[in-house]
Ligand binder design. Sequence first.
Ligand SMILES: Cc1cc2nc3c(=O)[nH]c(=O)nc-3n(C[C@H](O)[C@H](O)[C@H](O)COP(=O)(O)O)c2cc1C
Ligand SMILES: C=C(O[C@@H]1CC(C(=O)O)=C[C@@H](OP(=O)(O)O)[C@H]1O)C(=O)O
Length: 384
Amino acid sequence: MRYLTAGESHGPALTAIVEGLPSNLAVDIDDVNHQLWRRQQGYGRGGRMRIESDRVEVMSGVRFGKTMGTPVALLVHNKDWRNWSEKMAITGEAPDSVVEITKPRPGHADLAGALKYGQEDVRNVLERASARNTATMVAVGTIARQLLRRFGMEVYGHVVELGHVKVDQLEGTIPEIAERAEKSEVRVADPDAEQRIIDAITQAKADGDTLGGIFEIIVTGVPIGLGSYAHPDRKLDGRLAQSLMSIQAIKGVEIGLGFEAARRPGSQVHDEIGHRQGEYYRRSNNAGGLEGGVTNGQPLVVRAAMKPIPTLYKPLESVDMRTKEPFRATIERSDVCAVPAASVVGEAMVAWTVAQAFLEKFGGDSVEEMQDNYDNYLRRVGER
Ligand SMILES: Cc1cc2nc3c(=O)[nH]c(=O)nc-3n(C[C@H](O)[C@H](O)[C@H](O)COP(=O)(O)O)c2cc1C
Ligand SMILES: C=C(O[C@@H]1CC(C(=O)O)=C[C@@H](OP(=O)(O)O)[C@H]1O)C(=O)O
């Protein structure tokens, strides 16, 4: 199963094609739209989120609510396009009203992208480098999530740190934490931390600054044996890291204890194995559900660190590429913090990667065939 996306931030629409989905998977478009809505939420987002109200249009591959085993094409319109149709025209010459961007912004792909692709106008870089594309990533990932749900797996995400505010007190079961996170505007599991987070973002905005943070993704119901230790590019831990790092502004990924494991002796890290009522179990889940690049039957626990938004109202110094003169950029609008949104994208990317591994193991052309393969495997594993 693979996917491709296309689309500029201020172009007419974003598109995606998902190829390799099994047939007869029920596709819940309301659920896709709900996830798109969630991606637009969170305190600290900028003016663009007041313009957009993302909705998916399914252009192919689904009939009477079910996949046909053919490519599924998705479309998300950019409402902002109506304000950009001249600046982003697909044909003709650039009108005089279009001013080329020659001032690259620190923290963006602007400078490297303009040099690499030989662009005079940095807009030709930033339009595609923009995190606007994460809307299609969420649409694609939500279909993968529906495949996981069909086989008993659920994906949850929540913010665990925002700037310097730590949200340590994660009490309750994983679904309870997820439910609280979903209801909360800033999507944290700890309601006491919510106000501290809102205050931190308000302060950053007042200072002309921005904030990053850390979110955590949990997948429950994952069987033993997804991914493989047999070859580097089949290791699921590496593949999860790649898919999370493919989200704009993600600068670090941890699995299980992650960096904390490096600080502890081995006796306080590795998850002891027990056996009861015909099943293996673990006394802890410090590995985050992965050993040797293979799922071990525990919930997957993955965290990602997002850097602070690079566009600042208190702008950083840069150089005009035409004149080579220094300048400090002026900006019209930007997010101050988008960690809750990135967490929703993280859920989608983790869902995608786990679904891909699931299909590799139990692959069939229809969900029924996958179910047979899955049942057979569970029976075999259950006998050992
Ligand atoms: C959901 C989301 C929203 C974002 N919004 C903005 C924004 O409004 N302004 C901005 O400068 N960067 C924003 N970013 C981050 C930039 O897209 C990103 O830092 C930049 O493209 C450079 O890529 P890199 O940080 O992965 O190196 C956002 C990222 C995400 C995930
Ligand atoms: C459009 C989205 O995020 C955008 C990501 C982004 C960036 O540089 O990554 C910059 C901003 O775009 P604009 O300059 O149009 O305000 C964000 O709003 C979105 O999340 O849908």
